[in-house]
Design a protein around this ligand. Structure first.
Ligand SMILES: C[S@@+](CC[C@H](N)C(=O)[O-])C[C@H]1O[C@@H](n2cnc3c(N)ncnc32)[C@H](O)[C@@H]1O
Ligand code: SF4
Length: 383
Protein backbone atom coordinates (compact mmCIF):
# COMPACT_ATOMS: atom_id res chain seq x y z
CA UNK A 1 0.00 0.00 0.00
CA UNK A 2 1.46 3.39 -1.01
CA UNK A 3 1.81 6.13 1.60
CA UNK A 4 -1.21 8.45 1.66
CA UNK A 5 -0.95 12.07 0.56
CA UNK A 6 -3.32 15.05 0.78
CA UNK A 7 -2.83 17.85 -1.76
CA UNK A 8 -3.63 21.52 -1.06
CA UNK A 9 -3.74 24.03 -3.94
CA UNK A 10 -3.93 27.73 -3.01
CA UNK A 11 -5.64 30.34 -5.22
CA UNK A 12 -4.71 33.67 -3.64
CA UNK A 13 -7.25 36.05 -5.19
CA UNK A 14 -10.64 37.40 -4.08
CA UNK A 15 -13.15 39.91 -5.46
CA UNK A 16 -12.69 41.99 -2.31
CA UNK A 17 -10.95 41.62 1.04
CA UNK A 18 -13.30 40.74 3.90
CA UNK A 19 -12.47 42.89 6.95
CA UNK A 20 -12.05 39.91 9.32
CA UNK A 21 -9.88 37.76 7.07
CA UNK A 22 -6.13 37.21 7.48
CA UNK A 23 -5.81 34.44 4.91
CA UNK A 24 -3.29 34.95 2.11
CA UNK A 25 -5.82 36.57 -0.21
CA UNK A 26 -5.37 39.55 -2.51
CA UNK A 27 -7.51 41.74 -4.74
CA UNK A 28 -6.18 42.40 -8.26
CA UNK A 29 -7.80 44.20 -11.16
CA UNK A 30 -6.43 41.71 -13.67
CA UNK A 31 -5.13 38.19 -13.11
CA UNK A 32 -3.18 36.30 -15.72
CA UNK A 33 -4.89 32.95 -15.15
CA UNK A 34 -2.83 31.24 -17.84
CA UNK A 35 0.43 32.11 -16.11
CA UNK A 36 -0.81 31.31 -12.61
CA UNK A 37 -2.32 28.02 -13.80
CA UNK A 38 0.93 27.00 -15.50
CA UNK A 39 2.92 27.95 -12.38
CA UNK A 40 0.68 25.89 -10.06
CA UNK A 41 1.16 22.89 -12.34
CA UNK A 42 4.92 23.44 -12.53
CA UNK A 43 5.31 23.64 -8.74
CA UNK A 44 3.11 20.56 -8.33
CA UNK A 45 5.28 18.57 -10.78
CA UNK A 46 8.44 19.72 -8.96
CA UNK A 47 7.12 18.44 -5.62
CA UNK A 48 5.85 15.20 -7.16
CA UNK A 49 9.35 14.40 -8.41
CA UNK A 50 10.76 14.26 -4.87
CA UNK A 51 7.68 12.74 -3.22
CA UNK A 52 7.75 9.57 -5.32
CA UNK A 53 4.77 7.21 -5.66
CA UNK A 54 1.88 8.07 -3.33
CA UNK A 55 -1.80 7.32 -2.93
CA UNK A 56 -3.74 10.60 -3.08
CA UNK A 57 -6.63 10.57 -0.62
CA UNK A 58 -7.74 14.17 -1.09
CA UNK A 59 -7.22 17.30 -3.17
CA UNK A 60 -8.38 20.65 -1.78
CA UNK A 61 -8.61 23.88 -3.79
CA UNK A 62 -8.60 26.64 -1.16
CA UNK A 63 -8.02 30.30 -0.98
CA UNK A 64 -8.61 33.05 -1.46
CA UNK A 65 -11.49 32.28 -3.74
CA UNK A 66 -10.77 29.26 -5.95
CA UNK A 67 -14.26 29.46 -7.47
CA UNK A 68 -12.78 32.38 -9.44
CA UNK A 69 -10.24 30.03 -11.06
CA UNK A 70 -10.61 29.06 -14.67
CA UNK A 71 -12.24 25.59 -14.34
CA UNK A 72 -9.77 24.31 -16.95
CA UNK A 73 -6.90 24.90 -14.49
CA UNK A 74 -8.76 22.83 -11.89
CA UNK A 75 -9.32 20.06 -14.47
CA UNK A 76 -5.64 20.15 -15.48
CA UNK A 77 -4.40 19.90 -11.88
CA UNK A 78 -6.72 16.98 -11.13
CA UNK A 79 -5.46 15.32 -14.32
CA UNK A 80 -1.85 15.93 -13.23
CA UNK A 81 -2.56 14.40 -9.81
CA UNK A 82 -3.81 11.24 -11.54
CA UNK A 83 -0.71 11.04 -13.74
CA UNK A 84 1.87 11.93 -11.09
CA UNK A 85 0.41 9.76 -8.31
CA UNK A 86 -2.23 7.06 -7.80
CA UNK A 87 -5.64 8.55 -6.96
CA UNK A 88 -7.51 6.61 -4.27
CA UNK A 89 -10.83 5.26 -5.61
CA UNK A 90 -12.76 7.47 -3.21
CA UNK A 91 -10.43 10.47 -3.53
CA UNK A 92 -12.15 13.54 -2.06
CA UNK A 93 -11.77 16.60 -4.33
CA UNK A 94 -13.02 19.78 -2.65
CA UNK A 95 -13.28 23.33 -3.96
CA UNK A 96 -14.07 26.36 -1.80
CA UNK A 97 -16.60 28.67 -3.41
CA UNK A 98 -18.16 32.00 -2.50
CA UNK A 99 -21.92 32.19 -3.05
CA UNK A 100 -22.13 35.16 -5.42
CA UNK A 101 -24.31 34.58 -8.45
CA UNK A 102 -21.29 34.78 -10.79
CA UNK A 103 -19.69 31.88 -9.01
CA UNK A 104 -22.89 29.83 -8.75
CA UNK A 105 -23.09 29.94 -12.54
CA UNK A 106 -19.67 28.31 -12.75
CA UNK A 107 -20.27 25.39 -10.39
CA UNK A 108 -21.29 22.93 -13.11
CA UNK A 109 -17.95 23.53 -14.84
CA UNK A 110 -16.11 22.63 -11.63
CA UNK A 111 -18.06 19.42 -11.34
CA UNK A 112 -17.13 18.54 -14.93
CA UNK A 113 -13.52 19.32 -14.01
CA UNK A 114 -13.65 16.50 -11.41
CA UNK A 115 -14.53 18.31 -8.18
CA UNK A 116 -16.76 16.04 -6.06
CA UNK A 117 -17.20 18.14 -2.89
CA UNK A 118 -18.07 21.82 -2.60
CA UNK A 119 -17.49 24.02 0.43
CA UNK A 120 -19.47 27.28 0.32
CA UNK A 121 -18.62 30.40 2.32
CA UNK A 122 -22.16 31.25 3.42
CA UNK A 123 -21.02 32.94 6.69
CA UNK A 124 -24.53 34.08 7.69
CA UNK A 125 -28.18 33.92 6.64
CA UNK A 126 -28.80 37.51 7.83
CA UNK A 127 -28.29 40.38 5.39
CA UNK A 128 -27.23 42.83 8.11
CA UNK A 129 -24.57 40.40 9.33
CA UNK A 130 -23.35 39.78 5.77
CA UNK A 131 -23.05 43.56 5.36
CA UNK A 132 -21.10 43.81 8.61
CA UNK A 133 -18.79 40.99 7.45
CA UNK A 134 -18.19 42.85 4.17
CA UNK A 135 -19.48 39.99 2.03
CA UNK A 136 -20.26 40.36 -1.68
CA UNK A 137 -23.45 38.26 -1.47
CA UNK A 138 -26.74 38.45 0.38
CA UNK A 139 -28.64 35.67 2.18
CA UNK A 140 -30.87 34.95 -0.85
CA UNK A 141 -27.80 34.38 -3.04
CA UNK A 142 -26.31 32.10 -0.38
CA UNK A 143 -29.48 29.99 -0.28
CA UNK A 144 -29.59 29.84 -4.09
CA UNK A 145 -25.92 28.83 -4.30
CA UNK A 146 -26.52 26.08 -1.74
CA UNK A 147 -29.39 24.74 -3.79
CA UNK A 148 -27.28 24.68 -6.96
CA UNK A 149 -24.41 23.06 -5.07
CA UNK A 150 -26.58 20.32 -3.60
CA UNK A 151 -28.02 19.50 -7.01
CA UNK A 152 -24.56 19.21 -8.56
CA UNK A 153 -22.24 17.70 -5.94
CA UNK A 154 -22.43 14.42 -4.07
CA UNK A 155 -20.96 16.12 -1.00
CA UNK A 156 -21.36 19.72 0.15
CA UNK A 157 -20.46 21.75 3.19
CA UNK A 158 -20.72 25.38 4.17
CA UNK A 159 -19.00 27.80 6.53
CA UNK A 160 -20.67 30.17 8.96
CA UNK A 161 -19.26 32.78 11.31
CA UNK A 162 -21.01 33.27 14.66
CA UNK A 163 -20.29 34.93 18.02
CA UNK A 164 -20.69 38.20 16.14
CA UNK A 165 -21.06 41.54 17.96
CA UNK A 166 -24.50 41.82 19.57
CA UNK A 167 -25.53 38.26 18.65
CA UNK A 168 -27.61 36.60 21.38
CA UNK A 169 -27.76 32.86 21.97
CA UNK A 170 -31.46 32.90 21.00
CA UNK A 171 -30.76 34.72 17.69
CA UNK A 172 -27.97 32.30 16.83
CA UNK A 173 -30.12 29.25 17.60
CA UNK A 174 -32.75 30.48 15.12
CA UNK A 175 -30.22 31.35 12.39
CA UNK A 176 -28.35 28.06 12.87
CA UNK A 177 -31.47 25.90 12.77
CA UNK A 178 -32.42 27.61 9.50
CA UNK A 179 -28.94 26.82 8.19
CA UNK A 180 -29.26 23.21 9.34
CA UNK A 181 -32.38 22.72 7.24
CA UNK A 182 -30.19 23.58 4.23
CA UNK A 183 -27.18 21.50 5.29
CA UNK A 184 -26.04 18.11 3.99
CA UNK A 185 -23.67 16.08 6.16
CA UNK A 186 -20.98 18.65 6.99
CA UNK A 187 -20.74 22.19 8.41
CA UNK A 188 -17.88 24.43 9.56
CA UNK A 189 -19.03 26.86 12.26
CA UNK A 190 -16.40 29.38 13.35
CA UNK A 191 -16.59 31.91 16.15
CA UNK A 192 -15.55 35.33 14.88
CA UNK A 193 -11.94 36.00 15.83
CA UNK A 194 -10.24 39.35 15.56
CA UNK A 195 -7.03 38.66 13.67
CA UNK A 196 -3.98 40.93 13.91
CA UNK A 197 -3.52 43.19 10.90
CA UNK A 198 -7.14 43.05 9.72
CA UNK A 199 -9.50 46.00 9.35
CA UNK A 200 -11.65 44.47 12.11
CA UNK A 201 -8.68 44.74 14.45
CA UNK A 202 -8.57 48.49 13.82
CA UNK A 203 -12.33 48.78 14.27
CA UNK A 204 -12.40 46.69 17.46
CA UNK A 205 -9.53 48.72 18.91
CA UNK A 206 -11.41 51.92 18.06
CA UNK A 207 -14.37 50.57 20.01
CA UNK A 208 -16.71 50.34 16.98
CA UNK A 209 -17.91 46.97 18.25
CA UNK A 210 -17.29 44.39 20.97
CA UNK A 211 -17.23 40.66 20.37
CA UNK A 212 -18.82 38.27 22.90
CA UNK A 213 -16.79 37.66 26.07
CA UNK A 214 -15.52 34.19 27.00
CA UNK A 215 -18.66 33.23 28.97
CA UNK A 216 -21.04 34.18 26.17
CA UNK A 217 -18.74 32.53 23.62
CA UNK A 218 -18.88 29.30 25.67
CA UNK A 219 -22.69 29.51 25.84
CA UNK A 220 -22.86 30.05 22.09
CA UNK A 221 -20.58 27.06 21.57
CA UNK A 222 -22.77 24.80 23.71
CA UNK A 223 -25.91 26.01 21.93
CA UNK A 224 -24.21 25.21 18.61
CA UNK A 225 -23.44 21.63 19.62
CA UNK A 226 -27.03 21.16 20.82
CA UNK A 227 -28.61 22.54 17.64
CA UNK A 228 -26.43 20.54 15.24
CA UNK A 229 -27.07 17.35 17.25
CA UNK A 230 -30.82 17.76 16.59
CA UNK A 231 -29.97 17.41 12.89
CA UNK A 232 -27.71 14.38 13.37
CA UNK A 233 -24.38 16.20 13.12
CA UNK A 234 -21.60 15.80 15.69
CA UNK A 235 -18.54 17.93 16.38
CA UNK A 236 -15.56 15.93 15.10
CA UNK A 237 -13.21 18.91 15.48
CA UNK A 238 -13.43 22.20 17.41
CA UNK A 239 -15.29 24.02 14.60
CA UNK A 240 -16.32 21.18 12.30
CA UNK A 241 -19.51 19.11 12.46
CA UNK A 242 -20.47 16.07 10.42
CA UNK A 243 -22.73 13.07 10.23
CA UNK A 244 -20.88 9.75 10.54
CA UNK A 245 -18.77 9.35 7.40
CA UNK A 246 -19.30 12.98 6.33
CA UNK A 247 -16.02 14.25 7.85
CA UNK A 248 -13.68 16.14 5.55
CA UNK A 249 -10.93 13.66 4.76
CA UNK A 250 -8.65 16.49 3.76
CA UNK A 251 -8.91 18.31 7.07
CA UNK A 252 -8.58 15.00 8.94
CA UNK A 253 -5.19 14.58 7.22
CA UNK A 254 -3.99 17.86 8.80
CA UNK A 255 -5.30 17.05 12.24
CA UNK A 256 -4.06 13.45 12.21
CA UNK A 257 -0.66 14.76 11.18
CA UNK A 258 -0.58 12.83 7.92
CA UNK A 259 1.43 14.05 4.94
CA UNK A 260 0.10 16.96 2.92
CA UNK A 261 1.72 18.94 0.17
CA UNK A 262 0.93 22.65 -0.27
CA UNK A 263 1.13 24.22 -3.72
CA UNK A 264 0.70 27.92 -4.55
CA UNK A 265 1.47 31.27 -2.87
CA UNK A 266 1.89 31.00 0.91
CA UNK A 267 0.89 27.31 0.98
CA UNK A 268 2.60 25.12 3.53
CA UNK A 269 3.09 21.38 3.70
CA UNK A 270 4.37 18.52 5.84
CA UNK A 271 5.94 15.85 3.69
CA UNK A 272 8.11 12.82 4.37
CA UNK A 273 11.11 12.81 2.06
CA UNK A 274 14.11 10.49 2.51
CA UNK A 275 13.52 9.78 6.19
CA UNK A 276 12.85 13.43 7.13
CA UNK A 277 9.55 15.17 7.75
CA UNK A 278 9.92 18.48 5.91
CA UNK A 279 8.03 21.67 6.72
CA UNK A 280 7.59 23.48 3.42
CA UNK A 281 6.34 26.99 2.72
CA UNK A 282 6.02 29.06 -0.46
CA UNK A 283 6.46 32.77 -0.99
CA UNK A 284 3.27 34.56 0.11
CA UNK A 285 3.11 37.40 -2.43
CA UNK A 286 1.41 36.03 -5.57
CA UNK A 287 3.55 37.91 -8.10
CA UNK A 288 6.86 37.09 -6.38
CA UNK A 289 5.82 33.45 -6.10
CA UNK A 290 4.90 33.42 -9.81
CA UNK A 291 8.23 34.92 -10.78
CA UNK A 292 10.13 32.38 -8.63
CA UNK A 293 8.26 29.43 -10.14
CA UNK A 294 8.86 30.69 -13.66
CA UNK A 295 12.56 31.16 -12.92
CA UNK A 296 13.36 27.93 -11.03
CA UNK A 297 10.31 25.67 -11.02
CA UNK A 298 9.03 26.32 -7.49
CA UNK A 299 8.33 29.19 -5.07
CA UNK A 300 9.69 27.52 -1.93
CA UNK A 301 10.97 29.80 0.84
CA UNK A 302 11.19 27.18 3.58
CA UNK A 303 12.14 23.52 3.39
CA UNK A 304 13.10 22.46 6.90
CA UNK A 305 13.43 18.98 8.44
CA UNK A 306 11.44 18.93 11.70
CA UNK A 307 12.99 17.57 14.89
CA UNK A 308 11.03 14.94 16.80
CA UNK A 309 10.32 17.56 19.49
CA UNK A 310 8.68 19.91 16.98
CA UNK A 311 6.79 17.05 15.34
CA UNK A 312 5.45 15.96 18.71
CA UNK A 313 4.32 19.50 19.57
CA UNK A 314 2.60 19.93 16.23
CA UNK A 315 0.91 16.53 16.39
CA UNK A 316 -0.44 17.36 19.86
CA UNK A 317 -1.73 20.78 18.80
CA UNK A 318 -3.49 19.23 15.81
CA UNK A 319 -4.69 15.96 17.31
CA UNK A 320 -6.30 17.38 20.42
CA UNK A 321 -8.61 19.44 18.19
CA UNK A 322 -10.23 16.18 17.07
CA UNK A 323 -13.01 14.50 19.04
CA UNK A 324 -11.38 11.13 18.29
CA UNK A 325 -8.16 12.46 19.87
CA UNK A 326 -4.66 11.12 19.31
CA UNK A 327 -3.84 7.47 18.78
CA UNK A 328 -0.94 6.76 21.15
CA UNK A 329 0.83 4.21 18.92
CA UNK A 330 0.33 6.32 15.75
CA UNK A 331 1.78 9.34 17.57
CA UNK A 332 5.10 7.60 18.20
CA UNK A 333 5.26 6.39 14.61
CA UNK A 334 4.65 9.91 13.22
CA UNK A 335 6.79 11.93 15.61
CA UNK A 336 9.50 9.61 16.96
CA UNK A 337 8.50 10.42 20.58
CA UNK A 338 5.97 8.99 22.96
CA UNK A 339 3.01 11.05 24.14
CA UNK A 340 4.36 10.75 27.71
CA UNK A 341 7.66 12.37 26.68
CA UNK A 342 5.80 15.23 25.05
CA UNK A 343 3.43 16.47 27.73
CA UNK A 344 3.68 17.84 31.25
CA UNK A 345 2.64 15.06 33.68
CA UNK A 346 1.23 17.39 36.37
CA UNK A 347 -0.89 19.31 33.87
CA UNK A 348 -2.13 16.04 32.42
CA UNK A 349 -3.16 14.74 35.85
CA UNK A 350 -5.00 17.97 36.69
CA UNK A 351 -6.69 18.11 33.26
CA UNK A 352 -7.88 14.49 33.58
CA UNK A 353 -9.29 15.22 37.04
CA UNK A 354 -11.10 18.30 35.71
CA UNK A 355 -12.63 16.21 32.87
CA UNK A 356 -10.79 18.28 30.25
CA UNK A 357 -8.78 15.33 28.96
CA UNK A 358 -9.13 11.58 28.71
CA UNK A 359 -6.01 9.43 28.66
CA UNK A 360 -6.00 5.65 28.11
CA UNK A 361 -3.24 3.34 26.81
CA UNK A 362 -4.85 3.70 23.35
CA UNK A 363 -5.84 7.34 23.08
CA UNK A 364 -5.32 10.86 24.44
CA UNK A 365 -8.26 13.12 23.74
CA UNK A 366 -9.77 16.41 24.80
CA UNK A 367 -13.28 16.11 26.24
CA UNK A 368 -15.89 18.75 25.25
CA UNK A 369 -15.06 21.02 28.23
CA UNK A 370 -11.37 20.77 27.34
CA UNK A 371 -11.91 21.47 23.64
CA UNK A 372 -13.66 24.70 24.62
CA UNK A 373 -10.49 25.83 26.45
CA UNK A 374 -8.06 24.20 24.08
CA UNK A 375 -5.61 27.07 23.59
CA UNK A 376 -5.04 27.56 27.33
CA UNK A 377 -4.90 23.80 27.90
CA UNK A 378 -2.33 23.24 25.17
CA UNK A 379 -0.14 26.08 26.40
CA UNK A 380 0.14 24.36 29.79
CA UNK A 381 0.25 20.78 28.53
CA UNK A 382 2.78 20.80 25.72
CA UNK A 383 6.41 20.74 26.91
C1 LIG B 1 -10.26 30.40 3.37
S1 LIG B 1 -11.62 31.09 4.21
C2 LIG B 1 -12.81 31.32 2.99
C3 LIG B 1 -13.19 30.68 1.79
C4 LIG B 1 -13.95 31.60 0.84
N1 LIG B 1 -13.05 32.53 0.25
C5 LIG B 1 -15.06 32.39 1.50
O1 LIG B 1 -14.79 33.49 1.99
O2 LIG B 1 -16.16 31.94 1.47
C6 LIG B 1 -12.30 29.79 5.17
C7 LIG B 1 -13.29 30.19 6.23
O3 LIG B 1 -12.65 30.69 7.38
C8 LIG B 1 -13.59 31.45 8.13
N2 LIG B 1 -12.90 32.63 8.65
C9 LIG B 1 -11.97 33.37 8.06
N3 LIG B 1 -11.55 34.36 8.87
C10 LIG B 1 -12.24 34.23 10.03
C11 LIG B 1 -12.28 34.96 11.28
N4 LIG B 1 -11.50 36.01 11.49
N5 LIG B 1 -13.12 34.51 12.25
C12 LIG B 1 -13.89 33.44 12.05
N6 LIG B 1 -13.91 32.74 10.90
C13 LIG B 1 -13.10 33.12 9.90
C14 LIG B 1 -14.74 31.79 7.20
O4 LIG B 1 -15.91 31.11 7.58
C15 LIG B 1 -14.26 31.29 5.87
O5 LIG B 1 -15.28 30.81 5.06
S1 SF4 C 1 -13.02 35.34 3.74
FE1 SF4 C 1 -12.80 34.39 1.74
S2 SF4 C 1 -13.54 35.94 0.25
FE2 SF4 C 1 -13.16 36.99 2.16
S3 SF4 C 1 -11.08 37.78 1.90
FE3 SF4 C 1 -10.93 35.82 3.06
S4 SF4 C 1 -10.55 34.31 1.50
FE4 SF4 C 1 -11.34 36.15 0.43
Amino acid sequence: MLNPLAIYIHWPFCLSKCPYCDFNSHVREKIDQTRFGAALRAEFAWEAARLGPRRVTSIFFGGGTPSLMDPQIVADIIGDAGRLFALADDCEITLEANPTSVESARLAAFRSAGVNRLSLGVQSLRDDALGFLGRQHDAAQARAALQVARNLFARTSFDMIYARPGQSVADWRVELSEALTLAADHLSLYQLTIEPGTYFETRARRGDFVIPDLDLAAELYDATTEEVARFGLMPYEVSNYAAAGGESRHNLAYWRYDNYVGIGPGAHGRISVGGDLLATRRHRAPESWLEMVERRGHGTTEDTPLSSLVRAREALLMGLRLSEGINIAGFKARTGRTVGESIDADTLRAAVEADYLECTPIVLRALPQGRMRLDALLAALVV
